[in-house]
Design a protein around this ligand. Sequence first.
Ligand SMILES: Cc1cc2nc3c(=O)[nH]c(=O)nc-3n(C[C@H](O)[C@H](O)[C@H](O)COP(=O)(O)OP(=O)(O)OC[C@H]3O[C@@H](n4cnc5c(N)ncnc54)[C@H](O)[C@@H]3O)c2cc1C
Length: 431
Amino acid sequence: MPVSNVAREHAQAPETCDLAVVGGGIIGLAVARELIRRRPHASICLLERESEIAMHQTSHNSGVVHAGIYYPPGSLKARLCVEGARQLYEYCERRGLEHERCGKLIVATDVSELARLDELERRAAANGVAGLRGLDAAGIEEIEPHARGIAGLHSPHTGIVDFSAVARAYAHDVLQDGGTVVEGCEVTGVAVGSRAIRLIHSQGATEAGHAVFCAGAWADRLAVEAGADPDPRIVPFRGAYLRLLPERRHLVRSLIYPVPDPSLPFLGVHLTRQIGGEVLIGPTALIAGARDAYSLATVRARDVLDTLGWPGTWRMLGRRWATGVSELRYAALRSTFVRAAARYLPELRAADVEPSFAGVRAQAVGRDGNLVDDFVVSATERALHVRNAPSPAATSSLMIAGLVADEAERAFAGHRAKARTARPARGQGIS
Ligand SMILES: Cc1cc2nc3c(=O)[nH]c(=O)nc-3n(C[C@H](O)[C@H](O)[C@H](O)COP(=O)(O)OP(=O)(O)OC[C@H]3O[C@@H](n4cnc5c(N)ncnc54)[C@H](O)[C@@H]3O)c2cc1C
């Protein structure tokens, strides 16, 4: 991939810089891009631990540009998703990135779901989602001829994109504007001094005026390293997908979702067409044995201990054991998984699908056992931390970057004023 090649030519982490961004997923790249646009004369470097950018959540997701339907009015998710989707489409058009406003259908199959469907319509209206339309059974079949339900909502502006392609385009922007993207550079320690923040990493150390951490599934660990509260902790939820066999892809024109359980931040087993034509079914939502558990066999002792040692995990499991059991059945039995989607796509059979990839959601869980629903950005001395950026963060990436850059201007302004009078010499140790 061209960006990685360009980045690799300049792969060494600098000894010093004005601003460092840790994490080369879509959020870190969007943040680096925004910071460098606002401060073109600052030296900005992004440190990514993997050999290439965008290897985690950014390249393992449903690829849906969400319209902003689900989120509580006034929440960051609501505000940043609606405008974020608009900006993302505009960016894709400008940059010639493949995308499609294919529309999305949410289907109720049981009367017990109608009140929740109404609530979604109310939220969408409050959030300013354009073009949403309520449907009856015939309306559902007009949009998706193979879907069945008693009522539905159609969102014409929901769409699809390849988020890793978007992330690569952001990286190009960073490089073009004079930033540095360093791959293969894992930050393992953070030391905060009065004049700089020192990032200890696999290539040595970088001393930065300030840092923004966008480390996805590892966000809590780096935040704690920098002196933040351990609450919330990231609990990894594995999301596995199946895909329709090519000869059955005609069953789905665009995106079909169930009415979600409002007490969970996940959207239920859905059917999503991808850029390139594949149709995915999923994802599941099962606590994972590692923060990179793309295979079920990947289990890491530290990750398991962090999950099980967190009081919030047990409180969450105590409240949600029934959801946990059904998710276990989805993960273990393909037929159960397929049946969940067949509720609204009755022609779907277990023989129509094959296994596809899995993603791992970096979901923050509070000490109280609540799954943190909204995006969370917090501050420590000389640093900002994106501590919870689950879906729809990829859709909202340009807006999240704007929010983080605004926060950075506020949080780092005092230090900059001091730095102008007492700036450490390049390469000088922190005090
Ligand atoms: C199954 C699934 C489906 C989803 N579907 C959608 C969807 O349809 N639409 C949508 O908008 N969102 C969706 N999301 C959410 C979306 O993918 C994420 O919100 C988004 O990718 C988060 O980006 P990120 O940059 O925060 O995290 P990541 O992409 O995980 O990036 C974090 C980066 O930090 C790096 N890093 C970590 N620790 C260190 C360290 N110590 N040193 C250096 N680098 C480090 C990692 O290697 C990684 O590259 C989905 C997520 C999942 C898992």
